[in-house]
Design a protein around this ligand. Structure first.
Ligand code: FMN
Length: 222
């Protein structure tokens, strides 16, 4: 069965733009795969334990028979997370920009995944697997804008997904999302609305394309 893994890293549920744009991509995918499965890993609703990564790294340097209960639990969690990614045909990761960096929810998820032996450095288990990265940014960071270069999340996430995991990555960005609530950004409201509309259009296109690619792969395999 075709499977989409949906991963959310926004603090918000109501009003979350990254979630809304990722919903659009998932809906487009689901329209082509009505019997497909959407597995949801909501890193905000159910945060991963902050110390699990350290425990899992520690386990790698400890003989298995000496693992502590915390190390055992962390390795099990990393395995579960890796299983979800490995089982998916496509991964949609929705992650806001926080404090000019990556959501800590997404960072813990990534760090734990990398501790699973199947997804560590040099692994090829996810080679070519499609990933759609959806980013929401309160401000604007495009080339030529005053804060170009201040977004330290998007390139990092693309680097990890593409170069660490070998995934085939596309990115959709909705920027200026604070234009409607920050009076100093009132002159950017039109630009924000345009960015959001373009993000939804792009998400629909990517969702549809990824579904078609999964169908073609399934037909070839049959
Ligand atoms: C704690 C916090 C920190 C934020 N830091 C930034 C930031 O550094 N730069 C930025 O452009 N927007 C920042 N934002 C705004 C979010 O990126 C923006 O609201 C985005 O739409 C959040 O994603 P969501 O709509 O999916 O919840 C921040 C928001 C919060 C709550």
């Amino acid at each position: 069965m075709a499977t989409l893994l949906r991963v959310d890293a926004s603090l918000r549920t109501d009003g979350s733009i990254s979630r809304a744009v990722a919903d659009t991509a998932a809906d487009a995918w689901r329209a082509q795969h009505p019997h497909g499965a959407v597995v949801h890993r909501d890193l905000s609703a159910a945060p991963l334990p902050a110390d699990a990564w350290a425990q899992s790294v520690g386990a790698a340097y400890t003989p298995q028979e000496q693992w502590s209960p915390d190390q055992r639990a962390a390795k099990e969690l990393a395995r579960t997370l890796a299983d979800e990614v490995l089982a998916a045909d496509v991964v949609v990761l929705a992650s806001p920009l926080y404090n000019f960096g990556v959501s800590q929810y997404a960072k813990v998820w990534i760090d734990l995944l990398i501790t699973d032996p199947r997804l560590g450095p040099g692994s090829t288990a996810l080679q070519g697997k499609p990933a759609l990265l959806v980013v929401a940014q309160g401000g604007g960071y495009r080339a030529g804008t005053p804060r170009h270069g201040w977004d330290h999340a998007t390139a990092y996430l693309e680097r990890i997904l593409r170069d660490n995991f070998g995934m085939s990555v596309d990115t959709v960005i909705a920027d200026l999302t604070l234009a409607g609530v920050n009076p100093a950004m009132a002159h950017l409201i039109d630009a924000a609305e345009q960015s959001l509309a373009e993000a939804h259009t792009s998400a629909t296109q990517h969702g549809t394309r990824l579904a078609a690619a999964a169908r073609a792969t399934a037909q070839t395999a049959a």
